[in-house]
Design a protein around this ligand. Structure first.
Ligand SMILES: [Cu+2]
Length: 217
C-alpha cells in the first residue's frame, strides 16, 4: 500500500536525521514586511518552516549578487500565500542541504516587500562583505522583485493537520483549485496551487508519520 510505504520511508528518513531541527520563520508577522528571524544559523538537515501572516507574502531563495530575484541555480519558491488573519493554513518547509550562505526574500511587489527589506539570510558570512545588511541596502535600488513561475524546492504542509490523524492528510488535495502558475508578484490574489495537490498529500502523510515518530520516541 502506497501510503504505508511512504509513511515507513518517512520514519526511516526521520530516524537517520534525529538531530535535525525545525527552525520556525514567521513571514510578515505583525504587519511588518520582514522575516522573523531573518538571520538564521542552520545545519545540514535542518528544516526551515515558513509560517505566513497577513497580507500575501512569499519566500524565494535568491543570490547575494541579484537582490529580489530568484537564485540562478536551485533554490525554492513557496508561491504567494494570501492570509486574512492569524497564520496561514499551510507552511512551506525547506530542508537545508549544505552550510553555504544563502539569501531569501518576499517577491510581493504590492508595497515593494523585498525592496523595503523583507529578506533574510541563512548561515551569513558575517566576516565578508556579503552580509544581510549589504543585501538589504542593494535591494533598495531594485526596480521590482521577481519570482519563479512555479512552486518548487520545498514542501507545502497543512499546518492544521493533526499529527495523530493519518486520515486528515489527503483532504488537502482539494484545497487548491487554480493553476500552478504563480503571478508575477502583483496583486493579492492566490493563483498558485493545484498540481501541488499530490505533493501536499504525500507530505501530509510525512507530517502524520512525523507525529507518529514523535509519539513513539
Ligand atoms: Cu511580503
Amino acid at each position: 500500500m502506497r501510503a504505508t510505504s511512504l509513511a515507513s520511508a518517512a520514519i526511516v528518513a526521520l530516524a537517520s536525521q534525529a538531530s535535525a531541527e525545525t527552525i520556525k520563520v514567521d513571514v510578515g508577522p505583525n504587519g511588518q514586511f520582514a522575516f522573523k528571524p531573518n538571520n538564521i544559523k542552520a545545519r545540514i538537515g535542518d528544516v526551515l518552516s515558513f509560517n505566513f501572516h497577513p497580507l500575501n507574502h512569499s519566500v524565494v531563495m535568491g543570490d547575494f549578487a541579484n537582490p529580489c530575484a530568484p537564485a540562478k541555480t536551485g533554490g525554492f519558491f513557496s508561491g504567494f500565500m494570501p492570509v486574512s488573519s492569524g497564520v496561514g493554513s499551510q507552511t512551506f518547509e525547506v530542508t537545508v542541504n549544505n552550510t553555504d550562505p544563502f539569501f531569501f526574500y518576499c517577491a510581493q511587489n504590492t508595497f515593494s516587500h523585498c525592496i523595503s527589506g523583507m529578506s533574510g539570510v541563512v548561515n551569513e558570512d558575517s566576516s565578508g562583505k556579503n552580509t544581510l545588511d549589504a543585501y538589504q541596502s542593494a535591494a533598495q535600488n531594485v526596480k521590482s522583485a521577481s519570482n519563479p513561475d512555479n512552486v518548487f524546492g520545498g514542501r507545502l504542509v497543512s499546518s492544521d493537520t493533526s499529527p495523530t490523524s493519518t486520515s486528515a492528510a489527503p483532504a488537502s488535495t482539494t484545497s487548491c483549485t487554480t493553476s500552478n502558475k504563480a503571478p508575477n508578484g502583483n496583486g493579492y490574489k492566490r493563483d498558485t496551487c493545484s498540481g501541488a495537490g499530490s505533493v501536499q498529500a504525500s507530505f501530509g502523510i510525512v507530517a502524520a508519520a512525523l507525529g507518529m515518530a514523535m509519539l513513539l520516541s
